[in-house]
Design a protein around this ligand. Sequence first.
Ligand SMILES: *[C@@H]1O[C@H](CO)[C@@H](O)[C@H](O)[C@H]1NC(C)=O
Length: 133
Amino acid sequence: MFSFNKLTVFATVLAASSVVLATPASVKKRAALDVFVPPITSPVAGDVWVVGQQKNVTWDTSNAPAHITNPIGQILLAKGGPITGDVLADGFDILIGSIEVTVPDVVDGDDYAIILLGDASNYSPEFTITHSA
Ligand SMILES: *[C@@H]1O[C@H](CO)[C@@H](O)[C@H](O)[C@H]1NC(C)=O
């Protein structure tokens, strides 16, 4: 699926950059399985967000490895795949598992997704953003 391809690409880039930038010892430590890709548990497919509302974005941190390469999270918005440029939250600890965001004033659509960036990138299912409650 879509998010799997993203993950594969990201993991490949991460692996490639590790080889170039890191010492052999840290390359060995940074096994592919240590990349933390927490599943997004909210929003779910078909959710409707109204512009201006507060919403909790939540993700499952139960499988977090002991060492996370990038523990600082960022939440972006995508529409129909590409990132819109709206940053809904950033600078938070990826292990908190939930953060409240304000629904941005964007055009109505049913093909929005949340991207959780941290150790890896992960897309939520598509949901709706609308101006009318
Ligand atoms: C988000 O979660 C926190 C903690 O559970 C809760 O206090 C808050 O009311 C929630 N916000 C929304 C918009 O649901």
